[in-house]
Design a protein around this ligand. Structure first.
Ligand code: SAH
Length: 224
């Protein structure tokens, strides 16, 4: 292959691609929250994808990980994070750890993250990546069906990064006052992001962007 066709995979080269991704895929498309843009500009996405697709880490697409699952497109990670409106110190529950990338972005925003993954090998790999990057204290990776959330617990934000047939019914109740739930809802082929905000004992629901996620499989998701 001729010189110049291989993307520059040095740390500097990756940092340049990351900065470009933030400007072209995020800011230009309407992500305005500077803290979210800074977090997306600091987490090394290339560390969360398989070696074979490392050179594609900053492309404007979801990329395959193991078990037929995927790491979401950068824009979608940023958009969901912006909708979650994370404040430093917030307790956030993520359902669908996958590669661990979204959890790293949330931890960079100084959230305390609990993330649940149903595939044990994905959870173990994500835990190792997060530890290597210094997120050990900020992110707790658990293995299991997260579609019911963590009954009895309360969070400032809950993000579901897999598509659900309907809003999992036990999640809105696990929000603290002013807490936000972001979940892709719809048929397997296409969903819309639903944002539920809790105000005391009432819940506001807003339906936003179209999106395509791998299915949420479990008690409050799709059958196996
Ligand atoms: N947030 C991830 C992308 C996740 S892809 C990232 O940043 O890389 C969706 C993930 O949800 C997959 O890994 C899938 O195995 C997981 N998943 C699907 N249903 C689940 C469930 N009921 N509980 C926990 N994880 C689930």
């Amino acid at each position: 292959m001729g010189a110049g066709l291989m993307p520059d995979q040095t740390e500097g080269g990756m940092a340049r691609e990351r900065a470009q991704m933030v400007e072209q895929q995020l800011r230009r498309r309407g992500i305005h929250d500077e803290r979210v843009l800074a977090a997306m500009g600091s987490v090394p996405r290339e560390r969360f994808v398989a070696d074979q697709v490392r050179n594609r880490a900053y492309e404007d697409v979801a990329l395959p990980i193991a078990e037929g699952q995927s790491i979401s497109q950068p824009y979608m990670v940023a958009r969901m994070t912006e909708l979650l409106a994370v404040r430093p110190g917030d307790r956030i529950l993520e359902i669908g750890t996958g590669s661990g990338y979204q959890a790293a972005v949330l931890a960079t925003l100084e959230a305390q993250v609990t993330t649940i993954e149903r595939h044990a090998d994905l959870a173990i790999a994500a835990r190792a990546r997060l530890e290597a990057l210094g997120f050990t204290d900020a992110v707790d990776v658990r293995i299991g069906d997260g579609s019911l959330g963590i009954p009895g617990d309360r969070f400032d934000g809950i993000v579901v990064t897999a598509g659900a047939p309907e809003t999992p019914p036990s999640l809105p109740d696990q929000l603290r006052d002013d807490g936000r739930l972001v979940v892709p809802v719809g048929p397997r082929e296409i969903q819309r992001l639903v944002v539920v905000t809790r105000h005391g004992d009432t819940w506001d629901e807003r339906i936003t962007d179209e999106c395509v996620f791998v299915p949420l499989v479990g008690a409050a998701g799709w059958p196996h």
